[in-house]
Design a protein around this ligand. Structure first.
Ligand code: NAD
Length: 484
């Protein structure tokens, strides 16, 4: 199996009611490779008219799909899982081409994304219920779980396969139909995934995919349609808030996986090798373009020099270049806007007193590359302390006491994930309790796991994806009172 794809095999049309179709007026938009600026494909650019066809199809399909058997849904998900694995190299190559992450990471994401399909194929047949009796024994209470109904799914560009799979799989398992708008920067992976669901036997109209360059003109009508009963969004807090406002008009169930500002805390007693290894994962996965990326490093003053120098050495050894070429560890950022943001955040921190240990610049040549960077003595008022960097920049600040660092870590509107490195169990538990986040990594820089409930508190989101709770987001609880 080769780690490439045949451009002729790419799906580039809209997927509506089980069929591939052109956008209204055959409008298309280009998808660029961020490492080379090459145009990989032209993808159908969905319009409000296409959005209407999609939501109507999802609405029509819901009644029958909602009555499908759990076994049928499980089997479809299991076949989709097998197909994703059978196509792993091709999917990884498509992802690297449109998003930039190195092939090894893209393959990791395929395995991670596929696991949501397997996990929810197993959950589909375990949707339970409950029954009890009222306290006066006059009523038998029967509690059942039913599909929420048609769902609006919207995903970002940074994990094109996993973010789609993490929503589609529980929706399929629960018996919901979907209208899905993938990010315009990375539609090809999502369309390839839709094709896999078609091959796996998902009935027509259950999954409808509409890429577009005009997100609000497609998603807006879905939100106001009265047909969609739920929205599941992953992306920025800003757009999440907008969709929550729209959801309120029709009182739609809402799941929001939004931005983060993760603290990465190294206590005085930490194993520094472990902490550096964890920092590499938490910072460099996806070139730092992850909601879970360590954004603020707080390192105890007694170990800050050792940690910073070791991290800087590791980062300076990473090879920056086209993710499709073997041997490259760090791919390009997604677009010029992202690169400009990283450059300006570093310039701001340096102007305010931060020192650069490594990086701090971009390599020559095409592509939106930025060199892995370590900044130390980063002051509290540097913009990157309160902004998602979304790039390969580790911003390190020293702290003196545990009380101080807990306060610093929680001093943000976000609360997705926090990392803490310590060899002491009592300290680990204290931080796990006191950090205002939805997820805590203790001595690990990686919390994403299909078996775990992924999600944040504060302005990082509502609801959880994955784990046992993932399917509940797509189910309604109904209770029937039976007089006895
Ligand atoms: P974004 O919010 O700009 O876009 C996300 C999606 O929303 C895209 O599909 C986009 O087209 C769509 N969108 C944009 N404007 C819209 C509108 N007015 N109406 C409807 N849809 C609209 O985010 P992004 O730049 O694609 O992704 C990066 C962000 O995603 C970061 O903040 C990151 O932290 C977050 N993220 C969160 C998680 C998580 O699980 N919490 C995972 C990955 C990324």
């Amino acid at each position: 199996m080769s780690t490439s794809f045949d451009p002729a095999d790419l799906r580039t049309d809209l997927f509506i009611d089980g069929a591939w179709r052109k956008a209204t007026g055959s409008a298309t938009f280009p998808v660029e490779n961020p490492a080379t600026h090459e145009i990989i494909a032209h993808v159908a650019d969905g319009s409000p008219a296409d959005a209407e066809l999609a939501i109507q199809a999802a609405g029509r399909a819901q009644a029958e799909w909602g009555k499908s058997t759990p076994r049928e849904r499980a089997d479809i998900l299991r076949r989709a899982f097998d197909l994703v694995l059978a196509n792993a190299d091709r999917l990884a190559a498509i992802m690297t081409a449109e998003m930039g992450k190195p092939l090894a990471e893209a393959k990791g994401e395929v395995a991670y994304g596929a696991e949501f399909l397997r996990w929810f194929s197993e959950e589909a047949v375990r949707i339970g219920g409950d029954s009890t009796t009222s306290v006066d024994r006059s009523t038998r209470i029967l509690i059942t779980q039913e599909p929420v109904g048609p769902c609006v799914l919207v995903t970002p560009w940074n994990f094109p396969l996993a973010m789609g799979a993490r929503k589609i799989a529980p929706a399929v398992a629960a018996g919901c139909t979907m209208v899905f708008k993938p990010a315009e920067l990375t539609p090809l992976t999502s369309l390839a995934l839709a094709d896999i669901f078609r091959q796996a036997g998902l009935p027509d109209g259950v999954l409808n995919v509409v890429p577009t360059t005009k997100a609000s003109t497609v998603v807006g009508p879905w939100m106001s349609s009265g047909i969609a009963r739920k929205v599941s969004f992953t992306g920025s807090t800003e757009v999440g808030k907008l969709l929550l406002r729209q959801a309120s008009d029709n009182v739609m169930r809402s799941s929001m996986e939004l931005g983060g500002n993760a603290p990465f805390i190294v206590l005085a007693d930490a194993d520094i090798e472990k902490a550096v290894d964890g920092a590499l994962k938490a910072k460099m996965r996806n070139m730092g373009e992850a909601c879970t990326a360590a954004n603020r490093f707080f390192v105890h003053r007694s170990v800050v020099e050792e940690f910073s120098e070791k991290l800087a050495k590791k980062l300076s050894e990473l090879k920056v270049g086209d993710g499709a070429a073997s041997g490259n560890d760090v791919g390009p950022l997604i677009e010029q806007k992202g690169l400009d943001k990283v450059e300006s955040l570093v310039a701001d921190a340096v102007a305010k007193g931060a020192r650069i240990l490594t990086g701090g610049n971009r390599p020559d040549g095409p592509g939106y590359f930025y060199n892995p960077t370590v900044l130390v003595d980063v002051p509290k008022d540097a913009l990157l302390m309160s902004t998602e960097i979304f790039g390969p920049v580790a911003a390190i600040t020293a702290f003196d006491s545990e009380d101080e660092v807990i306060k610093l870590a929680n001093d943000t509107d976000w609360g997705l994930v926090g990392y803490v490195f310590t060899e002491a169990m009592d300290k680990a538990l204290r931080f796990s309790t006191e950090l205002e986040v939805g997820m805590v990594g203790v001595n690990t820089g990686l919390v994403s796991n299909p078996t775990a409930p992924f999600g944040g508190v504060k302005q990082s989101g509502l609801g959880r994806e994955g784990g046992k709770t993932g399917i509940e987001e797509f189910l309604e609880t109904k209770y029937t009172a039976i007089a006895v």
